[in-house]
Design a protein around this ligand. Structure first.
Ligand SMILES: Cc1ncc(COP(=O)(O)O)c(C=O)c1O
Length: 417
C-alpha cells in the first residue's frame, strides 16, 4: 500500500515524535490522577508563576486589549511598520549597536522565523550551517526544510568548560568548502544549557572571525539567537557584547534573531524580527529586500497586533518602564529558582553544564531517556536531549526546587551506577 505522496525531499519527515511535546502529553495524563499537585513539570519553555499559572506581563495584556479591532485583524506590512522596525532595533541593541553601522530589521513570526531567514538567505542550497552540539532542535528542522545541511561545534570540553577550539576548527574547515559561512550562537542564556558567552570568549572569537574573513575573501555571517537575552541578569549588560562587533571587515556581519515570545510573554502571538547591522547602508538595504522577499514567499506578513504593541511600548517611556519592571520581577524569580537548583546540584555532586541564565539547565547523562523515565516514576518530568536531560527552571515553582537536584542525582546513580 502506498503510504506517502510526498516528494523525495519530504519523505519520512515528521515521523519522529517531538521530544518536548511527547513529555507534555504524558504530564497531561498524570495531572488527571491523584497526587497531581506533587508533579514537577520541568518540560516546557514557558515561564510559570509560583502558583503554576502561565506568566504574563500585565502591561502587555492591558495594552494589547486596547488595540482597535482593525489593528488586530488587518494585514501588517511585509517587512513590518517603520515604528515596529525601529522598536525591534532599539530593543535588540539597547545602546550597544556596533559603532559606525547602519541597522535594519524585518518582521518575522518569532525568533523561529528569523532563524529560518538566516539559514535560507545566508547559505546556498546544500551548504551547511554550524550550530552548537547542544542545540535547540528546530535549527536542524529548519536547515532540513531549507535543504541546507547542519554540523555541530563542541561547546564544552571534558571538564565541562566552554571551549572555542572546535568552533574555530569547524569554521575554518567549512569556510574552505563553502562560498560562505553561517555560524549560529544561541547566547546569552543558551537553550538548553544556560551558558552565555563571556566578553572574554568574544574577545577570543571576534578577532579570529575577522582574520578568517579577511584572509578568505568569502562572506562570514555570525547569527546570534538572542531569545533569552532578558533572562541573564541585567538586560543591558547582557547586550554589551554586541558593541564588540565593531570595525568588522566588509565581508563579515552579525545578524540577530529577536523574539517577542520570551521578552514579552507572547509566545503564541508569533512575533519577532531579523535584525542586522553593517557599515554599508547598501548592504542593509539589500538585507531588507532579501528578507522581506523571503517573508512574502514563506508566511507573508507578521502579527499586526503584536507589532503595534511593541511599537507602542517602545514609544512610551512609562509603558517601557512598566514592562521592564514586570519582566524584572519574573527574572528575579527565575534566578532564585535556578540558584536553589545550582547550589543543591553542587552539594549533591550532580554535574550540570555551566548556567548563567535563560529558561533551562542541563544535566549531562549517559542515557538521557532512561534517566527521564526513572524520574517520571517519581512524578518528575524533564526532557531527554541527545547528551543530557533538560530542566525548564522557568516552569518549576521555587517551592518544588529544594530536593530536586538530589533526586536527579539518586536516579542517575541508580541507572549509571
Ligand atoms: C533557542 C531558541 N531560539 C529561538 C526561539 C524562538 O522562539 P519563537 O519563535 O517563539 O520566538 C526559542 C524558543 O523556544 C529558543 O528556545
Amino acid at each position: 500500500m502506498l503510504e506517502s505522496m510526498a516528494a523525495r525531499h519530504a519523505a519520512g519527515k515528521g515521523s519522529e515524535p517531538d521530544s518536548v511535546f511527547a513529555v507534555v502529553a504524558k504530564i497531561r495524563e498524570a495531572k488527571k490522577l491523584p497526587g497531581a499537585e506533587n508533579i514537577i513539570d520541568g518540560s516546557i519553555g514557558a515561564m510559570r508563576g509560583e502558583d503554576g499559572e502561565f506568566s504574563i506581563l500585565p502591561v502587555v495584556d492591558e495594552e494589547f486589549r486596547r488595540l482597535p479591532a482593525e489593528t488586530l485583524m488587518d494585514y501588517a506590512t511585509i517587512s513590518g511598520s517603520p515604528e515596529f522596525i525601529q522598536a525591534a532595533i532599539d530593543y535588540t541593541f539597547q545602546g550597544f549597536q556596533p559603532a559606525d553601522t547602519t541597522a535594519a530589521a524585518v518582521a518575522t513570526p518569532g525568533g523561529t522565523g528569523a532563524v529560518r531567514l538566516m539559514i535560507f538567505n545566508y547559505l546556498d542550497e546544500g551548504e551547511t550551517v554550524l550550530i552548537p552540539d547542544w542545540f535547540w532542535a528546530p535549527y536542524k528542522t529548519i536547515a532540513e526544510e531549507c535543504q541546507r545541511g547542519y554540523a555541530t561545534y563542541e561547546m564544552f570540553d571534558e571538564k565541562l568548560q566552554f571551549t572555542t577550539k572546535d568552533i574555530k576548527a569547524k569554521a575554518q574547515a567549512y569556510l574552505e568548502k563553502q562560498s560562505q559561512l553561517l555560524m549560529i550562537f544561541n547566547t546569552p542564556g543558551h537553550n538548553p544549557t544556560g551558558y552565555s558567552l563571556s566578553e572574554s570568549d568574544w574577545a577570543d572569537l571576534i578577532p579570529f572571525f575577522k582574520n578568517l574573513a579577511m584572509g578568505s575573501g568569502k562572506k562570514i555571517v555570525i547569527g546570534l539567537d538572542m531569545a533569552y537575552v532578558d533572562y541573564c541578569g541585567d538586560p543591558k549588560e547582557a547586550r554589551r557584547f554586541l558593541s564588540m562587533f565593531t570595525d568588522l571587515p566588509e565581508n563579515m556581519q552579525i545578524v540577530i534573531a529577536f523574539s517577542m515570545s520570551k521578552s514579552f510573554f507572547v509566545y503564541g502571538m508569533r512575533s519577532g524580527a531579523i535584525v542586522g547591522c553593517h557599515q554599508s547602508a547598501a548592504v542593509m538595504k539589500d538585507f531588507t529586500n532579501i528578507h522581506s522577499y523571503s517573508a512574502r514567499g514563506a508566511w507573508s506578513n507578521g502579527n499586526h497586533g503584536a507589532q503595534e504593541l511593541l511599537a507602542k511600548i517602545n514609544n512610551d517611556s512609562q509603558l517601557s518602564a512598566r514592562a521592564d519592571a514586570e519582566r524584572g520581577a519574573l527574572v528575579d524569580l527565575l534566578i532564585e529558582r535556578a540558584k536553589i537548583f545550582v547550589d543543591e546540584a553542587n552539594e549533591a555532586d550532580l554535574k550540570i553544564l555551566p548556567y548563567f541564565g535563560g529558561f533551562f539547565i542541563t544535566i549531562p547523562a549517559k542515557d538521557p531517556k532512561a534517566l527521564c523515565a526513572k524520574l517520571m516514576e517519581q512524578n518528575i518530568y524533564l526532557v531527554a536531549m541527545g547528551k543530557g536531560v533538560r530542566l525548564a527552571v522557568c516552569a518549576v515553582p521555587k517551592s518544588k526546587m529544594p530536593g530536586l537536584a538530589a533526586k536527579i542525582k539518586a536516579a542517575q546513580k541508580a541507572i549509571e551506577g
